[in-house]
Design a protein around this ligand. Structure first.
Ligand code: ADP
Ligand code: MG
Length: 574
């Protein structure tokens, strides 16, 4: 065989290869073009998509424009106006690698029409499949228009991997959505196949979040602000009752750059782990400012993943700030969990299901209820004054505004116990109750070892254990707040908690979860009769306790039926 020649690839081939990396789908081209408009200090950006962006993408901005004599350079590889400091430390712009325009030009037909304000006319340049055309005058106002047609026509291998126009359009719209959230001071208009997806003026951050998350969702979100060692966190995050079936309503912006960073996603998940049920996801629009030297954005060509110098610090900052937000008491923490009984009464429902709903309602009838006429409810008590306990499980109360409050006493107790334990734990004062007869619990050998490795932490939680032969653990004391728990069940649950994932979960979240598990084992369960004073005490304690709106499993501890809810139920209003 002949000795092969080593040769340099042509610029065209290099650009096509790079295109595969930088522009993997229409959404990536849209992202790069909008980022260029933002870097050009545009105050208004319009994005027009056709056929999922595969047919056509147009991005129009009113930014600083590109001078005629620079147009050819703009589409050259590794040509950028943005990297003043080539150490790659201080990166103040969204772009800096100088590869988006040449990559798009290699894979598609790209037309740039641009005019800086001081230039009399606009000029146009085209690149199609890497072949650069002449520069010619064109009509145009100050700013830049970038038009991309027939994406991937020059790289058919890539074109084959595109999904439906609908799916590509969704992804491209999502890319604009993220950038619009990151830049509320820039007006954004997005049109997809002649449908106006959004048309937003320059606005405040919370107005932008309301516009892009939906007003109802935004009403369940609270502002947060925290700082730790030079890293600033601001934004809005949902209360426990404001969750979604997907992670679609989560946005992270770091130094004004939208990112999809695994560390931040995980921190958010952990922060809510204890208040949102499995399979539901929190909503949040978070913004971090990290000193340039503590951050590397050059990890990935798309720049959506980052490397933080102090990853643990960032994780703790997010978990801590959201933890404090979720701790705001019931009366302050936004709307209570919505009462949603409509499904049970909707005409589409089967008779069997409706019959079930009626049977449940029948249980509300007097024989099962034991009522009182207590003191009048006062506005300072959002959960109201108790009027009855039903089924030995639910406390009924009436609030000052007439709303009917229904409390699940077991779920509430569980959360109150958890918060009491947490308070004692944080103060280093968990009260341990020594067992008269220490209990031996048999576990899988690995579980026993895992628990014993945490013996010191568990001791601070009021649980005293020691080794007792292979796979066996001796329990000497349990947290007093749990009354008389089943020690064996408790240890098995905790062992699960400590092995559930091998991911480096932040210690705070790990301890929270362990405290929640402990709280489940409190011996007082549903089915206990409560006197009027006990019921009132429960309601008042819930109002004063952090995160009392949901139990440790994320289920609501109470429901509130307002006058409007009752009117809807009785068909008095829609
Ligand atoms: P980068 O953004 O990494 O610099 P690009 O290939 O995206 O690389 O763009 C190359 C250059 O073209 C930019 O550095 C900028 O000078 C110029 N440019 C691109 N788009 C615009 C725009 N919308 N307005 C003004 N200048 C632009
Ligand atoms: Mg760019």
């Amino acid at each position: 065989m002949n000795q092969p020649f080593i040769r340099l690839l042509s610029a065209q081939t290099v650009n096509r290869i790079a295109a595969g990396e930088v522009i993997e789908r229409p959404a990536a081209a849209v992202k790069e073009l909008v980022e260029n408009a933002i870097d050009a200090r545009a105050s208004a950006i319009e994005v027009i998509l056709s056929g999922g962006g595969i047919e056509r993408i147009e991005v129009i901005d009113d930014g600083i424009g590109i001078a005629r004599e620079q147009l050819a350079l703009a589409i050259e590889r590794h040509a950028t106006s943005k990297l003043a400091d080539e150490s790659l430390v201080r990166i103040a712009t969204l772009g800096f690698r100088g590869e988006a325009l040449p990559s798009i030009g290699a894979a598609a037909r790209l037309t740039l029409i641009s005019r800086p304000a001081h230039q009399d006319a606009a000029y146009k340049i085209t690149v199609a499949g890497g072949v650069v055309g002449d520069i010619a005058p064109a009509p145009g106002v100050p700013g830049t228009r970038a038009i991309v047609e027939d994406l991937f026509y020059a790289t058919p291998a890539r074109r084959k991997f595109l999904r439906s126009a609908r799916a590509e359009s969704d992804a491209a719209e999502k890319a604009v959505w993220r950038l619009a959230l990151a830049m509320p001071a820039v007006a954004f208009r997005l049109v997809a196949d002649e449908r106006v997806v959004f048309d937003l003026p320059a606005q405040t951050e919370s107005a932008r979040v309301a516009a892009l998350f939906g007003r109802d969702t935004a009403a369940g979100m609270l502002e947060l602000r925290a700082e730790r060692e030079g890293v600033m966190l601001t934004g809005l995050a949902g209360t426990a009752s404001c969750s979604r079936a997907t992670t679609a309503l989560q946005s992270f912006v770091v130094n004004d750059r939208p990112v999809q960073d695994p560390l931040l996603k995980m921190a958010l998940r952990l922060a809510y782990r204890d208040v949102i049920p499995a399979g539901r996801y929190p909503v949040a629009a978070l913004r971090l400012y990290v000193p340039a030297e503590a951050l590397d954005v050059n990890v990935h060509p798309a720049k959506t993943e980052l490397r933080f110098a102090d990853a643990n610090g960032v994780r703790s900052l997010v978990i801590g700030a959201i933890g404090r937000l979720l701790e705001r008491p019931v009366s302050l923490a936004g709307a209570p969990p919505a009462f949603r009984p409509m499904a049970a009464f909707s005409p589409g429902l089967s008779t069997a299901a409706r019959g079930f709903a009626e049977a449940e309602l029948a249980l509300l009838a007097p024989p099962a209820a034991r009522g009182f006429m207590p003191e009048a409810p006062v506005p300072e008590h959002p959960l109201g004054a108790p009027v009855a306990q039903i089924l030995d499980t639910y406390v009924l109360a009436v609030a000052a505004d007439g709303a009917l409050v229904i409390v699940d006493q077991h779920a509430a107790h569980e959360r109150l116990t958890e918060e009491r334990l947490r308070g004692e734990f944080l103060a280093g004062q968990v009260v341990a109750q020594p067992l008269l007869l220490p209990v031996v619990v048999d576990l899988a050998v690995a579980d026993a070892a895992r628990l014993l490795a945490q013996a010191a932490v568990l001791r601070r939680m009021g649980l005293e254990i020691e080794a007792f032969g292979p796979g066996a653990v001796l329990v000497r004391a349990v947290p007093a707040a749990l009354k008389e728990p089943d020690a064996a069940a408790l240890l098995r649950d905790l062992a699960d908690e400590f092995c559930e994932s091998d991911m480096p979960v932040a210690l705070e979240a790990r301890l929270d979860a362990a405290l929640a598990r402990l709280a489940c084992h409190r011996s007082v369960r549903a089915g206990r009769r409560l006197g009027r004073e006990e019921m009132a005490a429960l309601l008042r304690e819930m109002e004063a306790t952090p995160r009392a709106a949901t139990c440790s499993h994320g289920r609501p501890t109470f429901l509130k039926l307002t006058k409007a809810d009752l009117e809807r139920l009785f068909g008095r209003r829609q």
